[in-house]
Design a binder for this molecule. Sequence first.
Ligand code: KG4
Ligand code: ZN
Length: 345
Amino acid sequence: MYIFARKTFFKMKEVILAIESSCDDTSAAVIIDKTIKSNIILSQKNHSNYGGVVPEIASREHQKKIIIAVKEAIKVSNIEKDNLDAVAFTLGPGLLGSLIVGCSFAKSMSYALNIPLIGVDHMKAHVLSNFLDKPFPNFPFLCLTVSGGHTQIVLVRDYLDMEIVGQTLDDAVGEAFDKSAKILGLEYPGGPIIDKLSKKGDPLRFKFSKSKVPNLDFSFSGTKTSILYYIKSEIKKDPHFIKNNLNDIAASIQFILIEILKDKLVKASKKFKISNIAISGGVSSNSLLRSEIEKLKSIYSWDIFIPKTEYCTDNAAMIAMAAHYYFKKNKFVDLNITPNPRLHF
Ligand code: KG4
Ligand code: ZN
């Protein structure tokens, strides 16, 4: 078993190295107690030509980058490997090959340094990104987690006590952004490009459909299909339709996707009578979502919590923050653990 006797320089402080490798960002961070000391993110640019993340390329890139990311995270934090009390990694959900790289690396460090190993739920970590910078939300709060693979409304009762109360029945909202961008011939990931183009466009120019979904669940595939069919039919009339109307199309797509998110978030807040509202995940860096949440804050007297952009997309700082709470509860995993691409809390 693990021996907790390695404190030398950082007496009484808990030092954790965290690794995130669930998709196409290789990231490593160090947290000392509750303070992030480093957050190195090495993004992979190799996927843009393929219109999406290619799993095989992603795992090979993680292999090339993981040592660089970990070394840099340790160096920037001004610590030595021997100061570490635990090593954490993303257990899932994510791409199996990508997860295996982070998991194997973390296991070898845990074994070599004889320190505990922590397997972190990536989706819980997105929620906990709201504790990386003050002000922190009070419990209970609702978190809208919006990424390339997930769209969830999470009822958060405590740091690790969370319940998914609404989720997408088909595509994730980030996926809807990316697939719509692909229809427009834009590069992957299309979400940030649509966001940028929308700033010069009219969001009410084109009307796309919104699926009626019961309860707090979401659906985006109908909206995506309505965008595809509308654009195809307009191109038949004018082959330059996309080029001539790009900003307005982007703004109209962004408008409808954010409307769908807003509707359900307001419904959830009313249902649970909770006015502490947080957002997280890659799409939470979207400028319209951020400004609309600010508007909802004044209408409904919400207290809102929005992580800084660096903490919205995948990063190891959020894995480190989650690991801090796993550590407090002695939630460790054995060296025979295998990652779970479909991990679900
Ligand atoms: O959380 P994340 O980095 O990775 C996953 O766990 O999926 O989210 C990536 C997603 C992509 O779909 C990307 O297009 C979207 O977040 N995204 C955005 C913006 N920035 C990133 N979508 C809309 N507007 C943005 N500004
Ligand atoms: Zn993510």
